[in-house]
Design a protein around this ligand. Structure first.
Ligand SMILES: CC(C)(COP(=O)(O)OP(=O)(O)OC[C@H]1O[C@@H](n2cnc3c(N)ncnc32)[C@H](O)[C@@H]1OP(=O)(O)O)[C@@H](O)C(=O)NCCC(=O)NCCS
Length: 151
């Protein structure tokens, strides 16, 4: 083998590697990706699956982020409707929470929230929950305030 050839094979590969896209078995998620977090063993119930309350809390958090952005200030959760747990979340899954503002009232707004699990060590993504959250925009005193018009 010539000197030139052996140097060639020792050169590290510089071609950029693409991250594989997740494959969804439930169509496409609705809304914008707002929260992404890994499910850890500390969050499991007696069945070994992730607590529904942990998932619900992440959904509330994501809805709150979307609500604060839309209301341009503080919001509180006032109601959660049509909560559905479709499939379990397991340790190691990456939970992805998507949000979409559904409608705006005077001081409140409905935000559709759904969670998807990218299954552990795979690129398979499945929908695990969905719900309609209602958030109210509040002022510094915790009283409802009108939601500003979209700019
Ligand atoms: C949300 C809160 C500020 C509303 O106060 P309020 O005095 O009931 O206010 P209003 O009656 O003026 O209602 C404000 C808006 O909330 C809506 N709303 C109030 N209670 C509601 C309920 N139980 N379900 C659905 N919507 C409700 C009203 O329809 C109204 O919407 P609109 O202005 O878009 O028409 C008050 O109930 C509160 O602080 N709740 C606790 C919130 C909280 O701590 N969340 C975290 C829970 S851990």
């Amino acid at each position: 083998m010539s000197q030139e050839k052996s140097q060639e094979s020792a050169t590290p590969q510089k071609t950029p590697q693409k991250t594989p896209q997740a494959t969804s078995i439930d169509g496409a998620p609705r809304g914008a990706l707002t929260v992404r977090i890994i499910a850890m063993p500390a969050d499991t119930n007696a069945n070994g699956d992730i607590f529904g309350g942990w998932v619900l809390s992440r959904m509330d958090q994501a809805g709150g982020i979307a609500g604060v952005e839309r209301a341009r200030g503080r919001v509180v959760t006032v109601a959660i409707d049509a909560m559905q747990f479709i499939r379990p979340v397991r340790v190691g899954d990456v939970l992805e929470v998507y949000t979409e503002v559904e409608s705006i009232g005077r001081t409140s707004m409905q935000i559709h929230v759904e969670a998807w699990a990218q299954r552990f060590q795979t690129h398979v993504r499945e929908q695990v929950t969905q719900a309609m959250f209602k958030f109210v925009a509040i002022d510094d005193a915790g009283k409802p305030r009108p939601i500003p018009k979209e700019v």
